[in-house]
Design a protein around this ligand. Structure first.
Ligand SMILES: [Mg+2]
Length: 443
């Protein structure tokens, strides 16, 4: 997945929280009947509600999510104490709304330095789940880290098995949606939660949308799976009333991940408080930067254009090859960059054939600043991920040994080979540093 796509999804996740919060604050604590008689359908960001909110402003759901995000970005890593300290600052700023369980958790940390509340049967509220967005973004691609960070952040204030399970499932579903899961896969993840905790069942949805985490999730799941746009999902959720800002915020996170930034209603984005929007966009980008899974291959640099233009600029060029040597002793260079190279340097198939016969199907230094980069054993097989990984390692070793300063590699196995770049990229990441460039080669 390209970095731009990832940033786009991440932005949609966090802005989704704010949009749901801002939209839902109007109908918080109302019944569906009251909403209907007052607005028919509430679908504009108009402020008001019991908090008397200005249109486009947000509440604790977004503010606490931002408090977490800033702690992580400031530390450049997971920082539970930093999060707890930011919660204190936030509480002291006299927020427009703060839940009782949240207040108790922050007070306990202030007075006793405790970073985990003891388990409490009354803590099954949605206050930990509403601030999952930054955790899902920071731990993207790493399920173990997601679990650890989720439980730590949740239990700062809420320590209850239903809250824990809901937070983890929401984090997982948000990440899966960001990475391209379809609604069937997401539904299976919701069913996994239900298999463990049947309370969360949401078929025959009864319309309850309180701050009890079970009802919150039932409302979010019902509308997420029953609708086919970000807007319809959120409108459905907030017109259910109850804890509408939080159900809205959570639905916004999930639907944002699934539909992406382009699907967020323009009119809502325009209404959203400008400072909040800018703060979210900035912190989200930095959050993705420090996500360990993303940072691990952030140095992979991609270029576009023609491979041979870079050759003319002095790059060492890797050509993707196979291990097949014909009876005449030539390597079979029938496709892609190998074919292009053979056309430029007619003795290349013979030279590479000799190397393969004597030393095997490996990265070999060839004349004219060329290097073989095996991606498949024969041209009749699909590219082999293991071989690609081996070639990346060998190319790195050869580059070290020769002291080359710039090497360009076509996306291995992704042209005619049919592999997806998302699958190949993580194999190269551990081996390629700033000397290497990847190019989406024209075939
Ligand atoms: Mg709220």
């Amino acid at each position: 997945m390209l970095r731009d796509e990832l940033n786009n999804k991440a932005k949609a996740v966090f802005l989704g929280v704010a949009l749901g919060d801002a939209l839902g604050a109007t109908t918080e604590f109302m019944t569906p009947g009251e909403i209907k008689s007052k607005y028919r359908v509430h679908k504009k960001i108009r402020g008001g509600g019991w908090l008397g909110l200005k249109a486009g402003h947000v509440t604790d759901d977004t503010e606490m999510s931002l408090a977490i995000a800033h702690a992580l970005v400031d530390a450049g890593q997971w920082d539970l104490k930093g999060i707890a300290d930011n919660f204190i600052d936030w509480m002291r700023s006299k927020p427009i709304d703060i839940g009782s369980t949240v207040r108790k958790g922050i007070r306990t940390y202030m007075q006793q330095g405790m970073l985990e509340m003891p388990r409490n049967d009354w803590d099954a509220g949605n206050g930990a789940a509403m601030r999952m967005a930054p955790v899902a973004l920071f731990t993207l691609g790493d399920d173990k880290l997601l679990r650890k960070c989720t439980l730590e952040q949740a239990r700062l204030t809420h320590h209850h098995p239903l809250s824990d399970a809901a937070c983890i499932t929401l984090g997982r579903m948000t990440q899966a949606a960001m990475l391209g899961a379809d609604r069937f896969q997401l539904h299976a993840m919701a069913r996994e939660l239900i298999a463990e905790h049947p309370n969360f069942k949401f078929n025959n949805y009864k319309g309850y949308a309180s701050g009890y985490i079970v009802e919150t999730l039932q409302t979010v799941f019902h509308y997420f799976f029953a609708t086919s746009s970000f807007e319809d999902c959120l409108v459905g959720v907030v017109n259910q009333g109850g804890d509408a800002d939080t159900t809205g915020a959570i639905a916004g996170m999930l639907a944002g991940a699934f539909y992406g930034f382009e699907q967020l209603p323009k009119a809502w984005l325009k209404k959203l408080n400008k400072e909040v929007r800018i703060e979210i966009e900035q912190v989200t980008e930095r959050l993705v930067d420090i996500c360990p899974w993303v940072a691990q291959d952030a140095h992979i640099q991609e270029l576009s254009g023609n491979l041979w233009e870079y050759y003319n600029q002095g790059y060492v060029v890797a050509i993707t090859t196979n291990g097949k040597v014909s009876r005449s002793g030539n390597n079979v260079m029938a496709r892609g960059t190998a074919k292009q190279a053979a056309e430029r340097f007619p003795d290349l198939p013979q030279l590479l054939g000799e190397k393969i016969n004597s030393c095997g199907n490996h990265v070999h230094e060839l004349p004219n600043r060329l290097v073989s980069f095996p991606v498949e054993h024969t041209p009749y097989e699909v590219p082999d991920l293991k071989l690609i990984e081996q070639s990346s390692r060998e190319l790195r070793e050869l580059t070290d040994a020769r002291g080359w300063e710039k090497v360009i590699v076509p996306r291995p196995g992704c042209g005619g080979g049919g592999l997806s770049w998302g699958d190949v990229r993580p194999l190269l990441a551990p081996h390629f540093d700033e000397r290497f460039r990847i190019i989406k080669a024209a075939s």
